[in-house]
Design a protein around this ligand. Structure first.
Ligand SMILES: NC(=O)c1ccc[n+]([C@@H]2O[C@H](COP(=O)([O-])OP(=O)(O)OC[C@H]3O[C@@H](n4cnc5c(N)ncnc54)[C@H](O)[C@@H]3O)[C@@H](O)[C@H]2O)c1
Ligand SMILES: O=P(O)(O)OC[C@@H](O)[C@@H](O)[C@H](O)[C@H](O)CO
Length: 382
């Protein structure tokens, strides 16, 4: 079996690669990073280290790389004959790889390749694969869209494993936490016969992606933004501060109450899920920077993202969202000169806070906009 995977970065090599290799796939990684691509083509293998006692090593073999900046035609050829396409490249990058995926689909039609395949976006976002589908369809003629409707699936997915930024002499080596969870929406698959071991298939992904995004990622971002305002640089140090831990627990209580009300999760199971998340953030074998976890703050303030969506839905249901709101106020203070969105956000702060809230969150609820603006004001006065 063959897979084409876009994004040979942390989660790409550290989780998707591991899973595909364990299912006997050969993997063609697509990336712009010349060093990584050259190493993949030189060695055709790499190691993963588990960030836990014993630091067990896992081996991934049968891999190669394509630089899509230099050899886009090789990516099209690879998609034309592959059994699966996956991505872990970042939500904002999906639209840039969509033309290549579209050309690959067109090539499959021209070659009369009627094997059904799925394209799975493994990004931290709601509806990632369907968003990618919309981008891909913009580059397909009507007849090619009809072909894709029949033979290409775009099932949404939720992927959970903490993989920090890597610092090793070996550029392919990747250290990952032992925990991992990958769930795919079975109802959206074109080829449901191809099931991977190590992946869960759900009839409806929404409860799983919301539980993951609004627990792991809302919680993680809360540690990052609260920790940053208190002068910390990494997650492990920040979470040791009782103020950060209290804020995290407060936020998880609010998203937990919402998730339980909305999806009927069992409360004690959900509390165990939350406790596990806190212990994962405390993992002493991982050094994860606040710069990484807080990256792209404007994206994280999005309408359907990890803070604004639970706030909107908690408000609709008359549930508390006070701690979420407090954390949102801190996001606007996130100052990371190497992060383009952080720099942009700071430039936006010249305008009235209400205007900044509208531009970043796309909220139209005036009361909520003013609540957030007031929170920003009080955070900036601290
Ligand atoms: N790291 C984690 O803990 C984790 C866990 C779950 C999900 N995710 C999600 O996975 C995605 C990737 O995150 P990551 O942490 O692995 O990031 P990363 O920066 O380590 O990896 C992204 C890779 O994409 C490549 N890339 C960027 N633009 C490209 C382009 N136009 N064409 C080809 N390659 C390009 C980069 O060179 C990089 O190797 C994000 O959506 C993230 O939210 C990350
Ligand atoms: O990747 P982001 O920027 O959406 O979020 C940063 C981290 O919270 C995230 O990468 C987590 O480590 C990951 O989602 C854990 O599964």
């Amino acid at each position: 079996m063959k897979a084409v995977h876009f994004g040979a970065g942390n989660i790409g090599r550290g989780f998707i690669g591991e899973t595909l290799a364990a299912n006997d796939f050969s993997i063609q990684f697509v990336d712009l990073n010349e060093t990584i691509i050259n190493e993949l083509n030189k060695r055709h293998e790499y190691d993963i280290e588990l960030a836990a006692e014993g630091q067990q090593k896992l081996h991934v073999a049968n891999v190669s790389g394509i630089n899509n900046g230099k050899n886009p035609e090789q990516v099209v050829d690879a998609i034309a004959t592959t059994d699966l396409v996956t991505t872990a490249i970042g939500p904002k990058i999906l639209k840039f790889i969509a033309p290549l995926i579209a050309q690959g689909i067109t090539a499959r039609k021209q070659n009369q390749n009627l094997q059904k395949i799925d394209v799975i976006a493994c990004e931290n976002m709601i509806g990632g694969s369907q968003v990618l589908k919309e981008e891909v369809y913009q580059h397909l003629e009507q007849a090619d869209q009809e072909f894709a409707d029949q033979y290409i699936g775009f099932p949404n997915a939720a992927v959970d494993r903490i993989v920090p930024i890597q610092k090793h002499d070996d550029p392919l080596m990747v250290s990952v936490e032992p925990f991992k969870e990958w769930v795919v929406d079975e109802s959206q698959m074109a080829n449901p016969d191809l099931k991977l071991k190590g992946v869960d298939y759900a009839p409806d992904l929404e409860p799983y992606i919301e539980r993951k995004l609004f627990s792991v990622n809302t919680g993680h971002a809360t540690v990052a933004y609260t920790g940053k305002t208190l002068g910390y640089d990494n997650i492990g140090d920040a979470i040791k501060d009782p103020k950060v831990l209290t804020q995290l627990k407060g936020v998880l209580k609010e998203t937990g109450d919402l998730l339980i009300a909305k999806w009927r999760f069992n409360r004690s199971d959900h509390e165990a899920y939350q406790a596990k998340i806190i212990s994962r953030f405390e993992n002493p074998y991982i050094s994860d920077s606040i710069a990484r976890v807080g990256r792209t703050p404007i994206r994280k303030l999005g309408f359907d993202e990890r803070f604004i969506r639970p706030i909107r839905e908690a408000k609709e249901r008359g549930l508390s969202y006070e701690k979420l709101l407090e954390t949102v106020g801190k996001i606007y203070q996130f100052d990371e000169p190497a992060d383009d969105e952080s720099v942009q956000l700071h430039q936006m702060l010249q305008a009235k806070f209400g205007e900044v809230v509208k531009k970043t969150t796309y909220l139209t609820d005036e009361d909520l906009i003013q609540e957030i603006a007031k929170q920003m004001d009080s955070e900036f006065k601290k």
